[in-house]
Write a protein that binds this ligand. Structure first.
Ligand code: SF4
Length: 141
């Protein structure tokens, strides 16, 4: 991810160009809770190896430049991320006080949904094999 201000997706795949690491998934499978890193980190083989046998997107959160019309969640007419909208509409608030987030100024969800997105963001796991009903509905295109 370049240092110039561009809009990034906060639920990206680590294989995307310019992807960076910004959080580590903690909590439990039923109640995931993201720990936000103080600074974004480049994705290295050592970091990917820490995921062990699972996909890195199950245990880390990555940010990468928003793909806009190249993404299934992007609504071209409204120029908005439908995933961000649905996260806010369907998921419960899990934090009242926002965690410091290293990508906030560039985050698509923040730019679009502001505080409401950040209050729900810590429960989001990019690749989730056991999503709650609300999470499954939010991720469905
Ligand atoms: S929604 Fe908020 S907390 Fe989540 S990545 Fe974006 S700025 Fe950070």
């Amino acid at each position: 991810m370049t240092t110039e201000v561009s809009t990034v997706c906060p639920s990206a795949n680590h294989k995307e160009a310019e992807a960076v690491l910004f959080g580590v998934v903690g909590g439990t499978p039923e109640k995931p809770e993201l720990a936000y890193l103080d600074k974004i980190q480049p994705i290295t083989n050592d970091i990917l190896a820490m995921a062990g046998s699972v996909d890195p997107t199950e245990v880390f959160r990555f940010a990468a430049p928003c793909a806009k019309s190249g993404c299934q969640h992007f609504n071209e007419q409204q120029s908005s991320c439908q995933l961000a909208s649905k996260v806010v509409q369907l998921l419960p608030v899990v934090v009242k006080k926002l965690a410091p987030c290293a990508i906030r100024s560039q985050c698509r969800w923040w730019q679009q949904e502001a505080v409401a997105a950040c209050q729900r963001c810590p429960q989001v796991v990019t690749l989730n094999y056991a999503p709650s009903q609300a999470m499954r509905a939010a991720a469905t295109v």
